[in-house]
Design a protein around this ligand. Structure first.
Ligand code: RB5
Length: 152
């Protein structure tokens, strides 16, 4: 199913993910998908938690439905994103995981490593993530249990 939303995708990256974020911006533009870029805006060294907070804040506050976060490995971004209430982030370097983390985990943040995947694979992962839909059903009660873990 081709992605459709009336809200922009929230994008964030540190210096390690900057170039991948720029490739994703070009790809989203070619697909006609709106986005908001929360930085960073260069390859100058910066701290990935700041950009995870900005982009995931947009999801938490309802300004975006989904975030895409890039750092060197994707791991730091995913750790930060998953500390933010309401965020279900998955670090992906393959399209299968990206598709199924939407279908089964209702992930609302995709994290990737600019030093792990190139722009071609990165954009294919974005497509797999965006074009999949949460299946609900038996998965919903697992999401409910997952979100209850925020209260531990
Ligand atoms: C920055 O050098 C690097 O540590 C960061 O981009 C990321 O990979 C952290 O998880």
């Amino acid at each position: 199913m081709a992605f459709k939303s009336d809200k922009p995708i929230a994008l964030g990256a540190d210096h390690g993910g900057y170039e991948l974020k720029e490739a994703i911006k070009q790809h989203l533009t070619e697909r006609g998908i709106a986005f908001t870029d929360y930085g960073t805006d260069s390859t100058a060294s910066c701290d990935y938690p700041d950009y995870a907070a900005a982009a995931c804040g947009a999801v938490r506050e309802g300004r975006s439905d989904l975030a895409i976060l890039c750092c060197g490995t994707g791991v730091g971004m995913s750790m930060c994103a998953n500390k933010i209430r309401g965020i279900r982030a998955c670090c992906c370097s393959d399209t299968f995981s990206a598709e199924f983390t939407r279908r089964h985990n209702d992930a609302n943040a995709l994290c990737m490593g600019g030093r792990v995947v190139g722009p071609g694979l990165g954009c294919a992962i974005v497509d797999a993530f965006l074009d999949a839909e949460f299946e609900g059903g038996r998965h919903q009660k697992r999401i409910d249990k997952m979100m209850a873990l925020e209260n531990l």
